[in-house]
Design a protein around this ligand. Structure first.
Ligand code: TYC
Length: 106
């Protein structure tokens, strides 16, 4: 082994070690916003229908939105969150309620 031999079988005298971090896909919170006009039962129905919540869970989240102004309904991949928001907005619009649903990067 000569003076510039690093002993790893390569001629290079500098070793570069690259640590590749595994990237988790970003997740998105789906938020429901309060308003003064959308009926409580309609919001509960939306939470059951599009988010798979049981009646008690749906009622609880609806009440949180009603009292606090907004609540996180769930956390999803971008595509799933986008679909949920579109389904809620479309359903609310078709029933002529001003309900708003948005998404935000976690
Ligand atoms: N504030 C509404 C009412 O009193 C109920 C409501 C709850 C509306 C949640 C929207 O996201 C909402 N009828």
């Amino acid at each position: 082994m000569s003076a510039d031999d690093n002993g790893n079988g390569s001629d290079a005298s500098i070793l570069t070690k690259t640590r590749t971090r595994t990237q988790r896909p970003p997740m998105y919170k789906v938020l429901l916003l309060n308003d003064d006009y959308t009926p409580m039962e309609f919001v509960v129905h939306i939470l059951e229908r599009f988010f798979g919540l049981n009646h008690a869970q749906a009622f609880e989240i609806m009440l949180t939105v009603h009292k606090k102004g907004l609540a996180v309904v769930g956390v999803f991949s971008f595509e799933v969150a986008e679909t949920k928001v579109a389904q809620v907005m479309d359903f609310a619009r078709r029933h002529q309620h001003p309900l708003q649903c948005t998404m935000e990067k976690e």
